[in-house]
Ligand binder design. Structure first.
Ligand code: HSE
Length: 336
């Protein structure tokens, strides 16, 4: 399978490392031979239509902080040029999420679909702003569109709700979908002030480059949009979410919750309304996880409430979700 990889940050590099370390096993078990024929980062690109040497790619990135020096050529294709000129089967979109115009991910994804490439995205921006129209575009162009890493990272939350609960009618769900704010709120419950907890989260590298994405609830809202569209068949985008972040949570709020055997958590919920807001939940609720963990509870008509808990971020975790999507695409192609 010929792949164009958009973005070569932590997730992109983890994916390539996963391809290197698991190549024999992935081929033996699933018959999948991923060939990365083009990759670009913010400074440049590397292209080889017969497949890039992945170990060399990682070395070059480590040494020069860009893949641009992979070959001694002046040829430095942009992402769009790559999509338009390379004969690839799959586009993997890992550039940073933005919720203003979703670029450059939106252009990568829509162009790839128009060029009949299947798309895997871990970039949440395009889905948050245009989920319904991206789905239509994929159907119109008869390509597959996968995005299991956008919610829950390596924890297969979307697959669980869509496939394991097949036939069920999910009536509502609520979850902690942002690890960074959960880490901050956990530390506040352990006695730290908001500022000290935020600083610690920053020092550990958890906070997004634009801290507002975590603190103002935008990341959780984007994940809620994806869940609502994919699982509840709602046709919604970011402006439909009633969103409040954690900036106004005070030490007093936390202390009051502790007294009530509760904790304050940033909860994304779908129960008639779509809301992201800090809420008190009982410490005995399975949803009440600590640190950077994510958790989500699905309530369905006949099978009650089930809670899934797992890590919602991380390079290797997210890379493993991309591999999952790739294997799904491989399987669906071989069925047709
Ligand atoms: N900033 C996100 C989080 C990363 O803290 O959960 C994963 O989307």
């Amino acid at each position: 399978m010929r792949i164009i990889l958009c973005g070569f940050g932590v997730v992109g590099q983890s994916l390539v490392k996963l391809f290197v370390s698991r190549s024999e096993d992935i081929y033996a078990k699933y018959g999948l031979k991923p060939r990365v024929i083009g990759v670009f980062d913010s400074k440049g690109s590397a292209v080889d239509s017969s497949g890039l040497d992945l170990e060399k790619l990682i070395e070059v990135k480590k040494k020069f902080q860009t893949v641009k020096k992979y070959a001694n050529t002046k040829n430095n294709m942009s992402g769009i040029e790559m999509i338009e000129s390379l004969d690839a089967d799959i586009l993997i979109e890992t550039t940073a999420s933005n919720y203003k115009d979703a670029e450059p991910g939106m252009t990568h994804i829509t162009n790839a679909m128009k060029h009949k490439m299947h798309v895997i995205s871990v970039n949440k921006g395009p889905l948050a702003l245009a989920f319904p129209s991206l789905m239509e575009l994929a159907i119109y162009n008869q390509v597959m569109f996968k995005f299991s890493g956008t919610v829950g990272g390596g924890t297969p939350i979307l697959d669980y709700a869509k496939n394991s609960l097949k036939g069920e009618r999910i009536t509502s769900f609520a979850g902690i979908l942002n690890g960074t704010t959960n880490y901050i709120l956990t530390n506040m419950a352990n006695g730290l002030s908001f500022d000290a907890a935020l600083k610690d989260a920053k020092d550990k590298g958890y906070v997004e480059a634009d801290e507002s994405l975590d603190l103002d609830g935008l990341d959780a809202a984007a994940k809620l949009v994806i869940l609502a569209n994919w699982i509840m068949d709602m046709k919604v985008t970011m402006p439909d979410i009633n969103c409040t972040g954690i900036r106004k949570v005070t030490t007093e709020d936390i202390k009051k919750a502790t007294k009530n055997k509760c904790a304050v958590k940033l909860i994304a919920s779908c129960n008639r309304e779509l809301t992201v807001a800090p809420k008190e939940i009982s410490i005995d609720d399975p949803l009440c996880v600590n640190g950077t963990l994510n958790a989500i509870a699905f309530t369905s008509e006949h099978s009650g409430t089930q809670t899934i808990i797992g890590r919602g971020a991380g390079g290797m975790e997210t890379a493993s979700s991309i591999l999952r999507d790739l294997l799904d695409i491989r399987q669906e192609i071989s069925r047709t």
